[in-house]
Design a protein around this ligand. Structure first.
Ligand code: SAM
Length: 256
């Protein structure tokens, strides 16, 4: 095998520490009989312990140069499916056959947010355990009102219980990225917010310094309806979106 040239633009920061990889699998709670989706298999460092758990692993990898490292794993693990292509273009239902699944990955950082939203919005996804930039992990778990609180925090906290299970220093990656990382585990609840709640949340955070009333009217909601909904929730008419808890967003959306 030739020396591999890591692609920065594809977020190729690989893991090798076996203890850390085993800990990520343990954090995910994946067991024999589960279906797992891994986004970005790389050289298979995480794919291998996932497959060893006895779960059915569906691993996506966009970079075909990694075939020579990944394809040999297929002969070792009958429960492994490799898909060479862009995860964002895949039909999840089609690849899982409609099965419930858990998502486990050391995510390529350039698509962290859209990948997370895909899993959070998929009612068949039971849990997400992902390595993300530490700063993104802090946004996912941020409480309402703080500087890190935003649409991703609300989405994650409306869909389940996110927690940071470990902080991972940059030196544990090859090559090391410029920032530290963290593993986040989100146990997803069966009840997920529907598109009407998601629309309110997107609108609320579309203009960070504006009031919630301005953000929502700008997105097409009638001002009188927004004002009476805020009043029914005993919220100040000048409140900003970042002050509302995930539950308050659900109530607001019902009233609108
Ligand atoms: N899982 C491996 C590990 O932990 O060592 C690799 C993780 S690395 C941070 C992210 C991987 O995602 C890279 O191998 C990259 O090529 C792959 N990747 C990037 N964009 C992708 C996409 N849109 N769909 C599938 N894989 C992607």
């Amino acid at each position: 095998m030739q020396t591999f040239r890591h692609s920065h633009s594809l977020g190729q920061n690989f893991l090798t520490d076996k203890n850390l990889l085993a800990a990520i699998v343990a954090d995910s709670g994946v067991t024999n009989g589960d279906t797992v989706i891994e986004v970005g298999a790389g050289m298979g460092a995480l794919t291998r312990p996932l497959a060893e758990s006895g779960a059915r692993v569906i691993a996506f990898e966009i970079d075909e140069r990694l075939k020579e490292y990944l394809e040999p794993l297929k002969t070792e693990y009958a429960c492994l499916d490799l898909i060479f292509g862009d995860f964002m273009k895949a039909d999840i239902n089609e690849v899982t056959g409609g099965a419930r699944y858990k998502a486990v990955a050391n995510l390529p950082y350039y698509i962290t947010t859209p990948v997370l939203f895909r899993f959070l919005e998929d009612p068949l996804c039971d849990g997400v355990t992902v390595m993300v930039q530490k700063e993104v992990a802090e946004r996912i778990t941020a409480p309402a009102g703080g500087k890190d609180y935003g649409a991703l925090s609300v989405a994650a906290q409306m869909c389940g219980k996110p927690c940071i299970t470990r902080i991972v220093g940059r030196n544990l990656f090859t090559p090391p990225p410029n920032v530290d990382s963290a593993v986040v585990n989100i146990r997803l609840s069966a009840e997920r917010p529907d598109e009407s709640v998601r629309r309110v949340v997107r609108a609320a955070f579309s203009m960070r310094r504006k009031t919630l009333v301005n953000c929502l009217t700008n997105a097409g909601y009638a001002k009188d309806k927004v004002l009476s909904a805020l009043s029914a929730l005993a919220l100040d008419p000048a409140v900003r979106g970042e002050r509302l808890t995930p539950m308050q967003f659900v109530s607001l959306s019902k009233l609108l």
